[in-house]
Design a protein around this ligand. Structure first.
Ligand SMILES: [Zn+2]
Length: 362
């Protein structure tokens, strides 16, 4: 399968920026000229027909192929426009032999003067670290493109990943919640827990409170734009955290080499947040959903299947004797008459794994 990483580049100098803006302008000019010729009925085009454009012939040929395809679609659409148009911020494309990623530097060749290369430092983000991990693991880089949007430069890299499948029968149940953002229990098919992982929600709770009080103070002055910025900041923080948590869960999964990851489907996740006010609840269903999505796609990349179970009784039932009693759960602790006294969320994650195993053996 393919994955695309959009990397933000650190702000280049004015000189570099102008060089690349000129490159983009040259590409746009070339594409427009190709479209004009196609419109005039010239179907046989080659790079030699565009000598006036300062671009390597490989790029011109690529443009001819792409514009031809676009023109075909344009005719089919029966658009009333005079000609197909090209945006000023066309991405510049590279194949994997053109560009290099070395530590945190991306180096790309100039279109307008062949032998020259320019280096761009990449902004350090979790996404970039993930990409570096794939490169380290021997993943193949594929096509990439450089583009300019809202005064920032981005480099979009595509990588190819082998689809793997494991046949191990161990399963990992993951309980997602508030006090513990995620608790994982790895069980063998013979009902033995071989590993577990906790992701405490304390820091997230602290951040949530901090932003909430900030919003409250600003709410009185109706600074809508500032409040929106705060919301974005909080979301980015949670997204980063969700990336970290899902990465660690998948690392554990890979380390224990097992079959499917089991999670509850989202209905229940909304209920676990019942005690919160509506704004917080929305935020929570959003971050819970995002965490599940991150776990799901990272699992897929690692060749691990994800299964969902019905969440009924996963927090009220005993993971040891299967008795269901709501009052056995008191805050963080689950205490059953059978002698099972454990962390309530670990109990839930074991139940999630158990439910799947039961379904399998039924
Ligand atoms: Zn029990």
């Amino acid at each position: 399968m393919q994955l695309t990483y959009v990397l933000e580049l650190l702000k280049p100098t004015k000189r570099k920026e102008n060089i690349f803006l000129n490159n983009i302008a040259e590409v746009v000019k070339n594409r427009q000229a190709i479209a004009d010729k196609l419109k005039a009925g010239e179907a046989k085009l080659s790079s030699a027909d565009f000598k006036e454009h300062n671009l390597p012939s490989a790029v011109k040929n690529q443009n001819i192929r792409e514009v031809k395809a676009l023109y075909k679609r344009f005719l089919k659409s029966k658009s009333k426009k005079e000609n197909i148009e090209f945006k000023d911020n066309q991405p510049i494309c590279y194949n994997n032999q053109n560009y290099k990623i070395d530590n945190h530097i991306i180096s790309i060749p100039l279109y307008t003067s062949k032998c020259q290369r320019l280096a761009f430092p990449v902004k350090q983000t979790i996404r970039f670290k993930e990409l570096q991990q794939y490169i380290k693991d021997g993943c193949k880089l594929d096509k990439a493109s450089l583009f300019y949007k809202r005064r920032k430069w981005y480099f979009a890299v595509t990588i190819k990943i082998d689809d793997k499948k494991t046949t191990n029968t161990n399963v990992m149940g993951i309980d997602i919640g508030l006090r513990q953002l995620a608790v994982a229990s790895i069980k063998t098919s013979k009902d033995k827990e071989i590993n577990r992982q906790f992701h405490n929600g304390k820091q997230a709770g602290f951040i949530r409170k901090k932003y909430r009080s900030l919003r409250r103070r600003l709410g009185k002055s109706k600074k809508v734009k500032v409040i929106k910025n705060i919301n974005d900041k909080e979301q980015r923080w949670m997204t980063d955290l969700n990336h970290k948590i899902s990465r660690q869960l998948i690392n554990l999964a890979v380390q224990e080499q097992f079959g499917p990851i089991i999670m509850e489907n989202l209905e229940n996740i909304r209920n676990t947040a019942k005690s919160l006010n509506r704004a917080d609840r929305n935020l929570h269903s959003w971050t819970f959903y995002q965490l599940q999505q991150f776990i799901e796609y990272k699992a897929e990349l690692a060749g691990i299947k994800v299964e969902y179970i019905n969440p009924k009784y996963t927090s009220q039932g005993c993971s040891k004797c299967a008795k269901v009693k709501k009052s056995n759960r008191k805050a963080n602790l689950y205490s059953c008459e059978c002698g099972n006294h454990i962390h309530a969320d670990l109990n839930a994650s074991r139940n999630i794994a158990n439910k799947y195993l039961e379904q399998q053996s039924a």
